[in-house]
Write a protein of this length. Structure first.
Length: 235
């Protein structure tokens, strides 16, 4: 029953909040990094409201115990976001890609070994370092980073909405390990007044609007990451 309710709420959320650019263009524009093999898809920008609607929150609260809701449904406050277009990795960084960039054996849990499987057990610090290492391999000709929370949610909503080439290209934003993004975690979703390298960072996954915080050194079998490519869009 709970799973059916979540599926209904998720579909309603997507219909009401998907950025307008979802329906634009059936064929995705992609680019593959020749050094790491990471594939990226162009996500057009657009404005949308992040977070669950009050009706969705009320329905969830009515369906699960309050303690369970407080622990597992930490969706960000509703707020307007207008990210510009960006290049999003089509899937989480794989174990083979990790080794290609770092030269180190991939990190993963015992039952999740394989070159095409996501690299996990990666703290935020190492995910950010991976992006810097890939930048170094390109000697300044390309630039990569962890996505912002708004970028991640935009891509997630486009995958979930379906019906476009971009949606088909994106994988794992909802049904793979949670993913680190570049931002500090705060309860109100706003940047902290003072940046602290030891402060919690945002993890996204399970639902497009879901978010939780973890310290930069946190590792788990269910935590991975993907990158964005910092480059102009297609002409």
């Amino acid at each position: 029953m709970i799973m059916k309710l979540l599926a209904f709420l998720f579909a309603a959320c997507i219909m009401s909040q998907t950025p307008p650019a979802v329906a634009a263009g059936a064929q995705p524009v992609t680019w593959t990094d020749p050094l790491s093999g990471i594939a990226f898809v162009w996500i057009p920008g657009g404005c949308f409201e992040m977070g669950m609607t009050p009706a969705e929150e009320a329905a969830l609260r009515a369906s699960v115990p309050e303690r369970f809701f407080a622990k597992h449904y930490g969706d960000e406050p509703r707020r307007q976001a207008c990210p510009e277009g960006f290049w999003m990795a089509t899937r989480e960084i794989t174990q083979a890609q990790w080794t290609a960039v770092t030269g180190m054996p991939p990190q993963h849990c015992i039952d999740a070994q394989g070159e095409t499987l996501p690299v996990t057990w990666v703290p935020w610090l190492e995910a950010a370092a991976f992006a810097r290492a890939l930048n170094g391999l390109h000697n300044g000709t390309q630039s990569f980073a962890l996505p912002s929370e708004a970028q991640w949610e935009t891509a997630c909503r486009q995958q979930a909405a379906g019906g476009s080439g971009r949606a088909e290209a994106l994988r794992g934003l909802l049904d793979a390990p949670d993913e680190w993004v570049d931002e500090y975690y705060t309860a109100d979703g706003q940047p902290p007044a003072v940046e602290d390298p030891a402060a919690m960072r945002v993890l996204k996954g399970e639902r497009c609007s879901n978010r939780r915080g973890a310290v930069p050194g946190y590792v788990h079998c269910g935590v991975g990451f993907r990158l964005v490519r910092l480059a102009p869009g297609p002409q």
